[in-house]
Design a binder for this molecule. Structure first.
Ligand SMILES: Nc1ncnc2c1ncn2[C@@H]1O[C@H](COP(=O)(O)OP(=O)(O)OP(=O)(O)O)[C@@H](O)[C@H]1O
Ligand SMILES: CC(C)(CO)[C@@H](O)C(=O)NCCC(=O)O
Ligand SMILES: [K+]
Length: 279
């Protein structure tokens, strides 16, 4: 088995992938600040031959995790942001400072569809762009839905936005605090993504396919106007592309990669942008 680990700021997510069949066998998540104790929701390391890790947690968390795993598992691969990989050039002035989850998302997106916009709706919402030819432009970082809500300190943090609610309901004025906060942060996230997407496509002169990942991807995606795909395993896809171990991975196939709809024509994106500026 391959153990894929995505250590985020809030949650550390893992999945076990069968080396022979490329199937995903199990998944789980633990809070990042907690220890990896036996009995918790952690994978059985007895069956693991290799581990691939994406981590944006503090250095000490990664070091402890790697140390623990090296004693038990044959091969441990740790992803890092580099100046260039898989045909993509990193747009950061200091490439190693780009969050590796963003880098892996961008690499997975580029491998799947070529030039694209990759959005991660996690603890933070990140929006990254890669142009045809593989130039990563850099991107945007804003607080995630949960962070925005917590920062208001109105005692509404435990009421999550229902991922099944209709965007029309979420975009109307709230008539209770919880509702006003939920609708406000939803509007903030959705309109930021819509605007940034349109601005960058306009200024670069290219309509880009749009992909979303992260814990809040589904609910945020429902409010977007442009065609898009949700890919929960996008960061894992980057790990598969960087460290291919199965036959399918060596052939460039990433687990759970979605069919990404073609973007609308650039003229339409530009018209939408011009319209929203006039109002
Ligand atoms: N069980 C859960 N626990 C915490 N957050 C959850 C849960 N389910 C959904 N979420 C939502 O997912 C978001 C966190 O997404 P994700 O799991 O991608 O975070 P993360 O990996 O810790 O983020 P990052 O990698 O940016 O640190 C939160 O904003 C929250 O609203
Ligand atoms: C922005 C987050 C927290 C999103 O998970 C992560 O990608 C990160 O810690 N990045 C480092 C800073 C940067 O990407 O510029
Ligand atoms: K993430």
């Amino acid at each position: 088995m391959i153990l894929d680990l995505d250590i985020g700021n809030t949650l550390s997510k893992w999945r076990l992938k069968d080396v022979d069949t490329s199937e995903i066998r199990s998944r789980g998540a633990v809070w990042t600040r907690e220890e990896w104790r036996p009995g918790a929701d952690i994978p059985n390391l007895e069956v693991v031959e290799s581990v691939r890790i994406s981590s944006v947690a503090r250095r000490a968390v990664l070091e402890e995790t790697v140390q623990l795993l090296r004693q038990r598992v044959g091969a441990v691969y740790v992803a890092s942001s580099t100046p260039e990989a898989l045909g993509v050039t990193n747009g950061y002035e200091e490439p190693e400072r780009l969050g590796v989850d963003r880098w892996l998302g961008v690499l997975a997106g580029y491998q799947q569809v070529g030039a694209c916009c990759a959005v991660d709706c996690g603890s933070a919402i990140t929006i990254d762009f890669v142009l045809p030819g593989g130039r990563h432009l850099g991107g945007y970082i804003l607080p995630g839905l949960r962070l925005m809500k917590e920062s208001l300190k109105l005692g509404t943090r435990n009421v999550a936005i229902d991922p099944d609610s209709e965007p029309e309901e979420l975009l109307v004025p709230g008539r209770r605090t919880v509702e006003a906060v939920n609708h406000g942060i939803y509007m903030a996230a959705v309109s930021a993504i819509n605007r940034v997407y349109a601005e960058v496509c306009d200024s670069e002169g290219v309509a880009l396919p749009l992909m979303l990942t992260g814990g809040d991807a589904r609910v945020v995606a429902r409010g977007l106007q442009v065609p898009h795909a949700v890919w929960p395993d996008m960061v894992y896809g980057g790990l598969e592309a960087c460290f291919p171990l199965t036959a399918a991975e060596r052939a460039g196939r990433m687990a759970g990669a979605p069919c990404v709809p073609s973007p609308v024509a650039l003229e339409k994106i530009r018209a939408g942008l011009a319209f929203s500026m006039l109002l």
